[in-house]
Design a protein. Sequence first.
Length: 445
Amino acid sequence: MLPASAICVCLTAMSPVVASASTTSEWPDIDNPAAAQGGGSSDAAVVIGVEDYVFAPDIAGANDNAEAWYRHLTKTRGVPAQNVRLLRNEEATLEEMRAAAKDAASLAGEDGTVWFVFIGHGAPSKDGNDGLLVGSDAQQTATSLEARSLRRSELIQTLETGDGQPVVVIDACFSGRGQQGEQLAEGLQPLRIADLEPPKSALVLTAAKSNQYAGALPGKDVPAYSYLLLGAMRGWGDADGDGTVTADEANRYASGAMRATIKGRSQTPELGGPASTVLGGGAEAGPDLSAIVLGAPGPVDSGPADPLPAPASASQGQACTDARDCPEGTSCSDSGCRIDYAYLSKREKSATRMLIGGGITAVLGTGMTIGSALVSTQGEGGGDGIGAIIAVGTVGIIATATGIGLLSVGVKRRKEVRGLKGEYGFAPFLNTDQRSAGLGLEGRF
């Protein structure tokens, strides 16, 4: 659902009286919508939150933020529910996002706004000249990201074909990195901002510069930018106290709040298009940022409290220019290979397979043996699989030893490198000689 082109957004002006800011060290709850303001009867919207990607790293809190935006648009702004499309997780494929944008562009009236809110992963296009809104089923290769994602340029062109004023909120970055800085795919080019075509009429608000990554809010496990921008529209960002919040005010508030509270990374949101567009209003007081900073336990993006062991600890500090110079389990940061906690944490969660092995050997006459080994992988996401190794002759003894060895080595590997305990890729094999034959599966783990 999505439109494009005019510009006026009418909101009921609220009293300039602003309540005193909260002194709590916690971020306010934005799940409950603010009081009804109206102004959205001619609007249409698409709200997308992808918290659970099929292949790419998950984004904690993306659905919570998307649902908060949906409630704000339908309850506070009064956008008709039939004009709003909410896509979550597997629903947010390229085809669904494209169709929803086209539909919304056709539904918004001349005096309305067409909203497109995307909370998920972004990536650069293969040629580096465009940004991609990564679809929920895109695989972690440059080719798949290109094929299964919605181009920023296509989205804006679609929204600008309608009668409404397009407002695009992208809580993602186009650096090709995830919420904790991990690479989405090898070989992605950095985005050249100069090559991004500016919108003709659309207002585009993006969470970070192309050389940064869009991360979580410190102390609250949700994407920072979409949370703060929505808070600003509820009144937190009303810098001049006139009861309305412009795009410039909202973006400045979100930028300042992230600069004040985020440690361990820089995230600077960007605004393109008519900055004076009114996005919201109200007298709701924002959080006390100083109280949040004082109440924070420590740096946000410095890795988990109980850090996972690094499989390449000896490579810390190794000189690098990009991720390809660094071994598995590390990433390039400040020209040196460092432990990649985000990568290890992701692998720890997704590689939940345990390897089970066992074997038996029987003697068949003088010097003849038959042996077998069972290898089983069990875990989430990939189902269970069982491979049998059956061999005659001396290979039977090897099969038995292999079955027992697989179990012991697999357990040892899990203990020593629990962040990389998954990865089983078995292939059939057949070995024969004059005295024996072996048929089974082989692979790595």
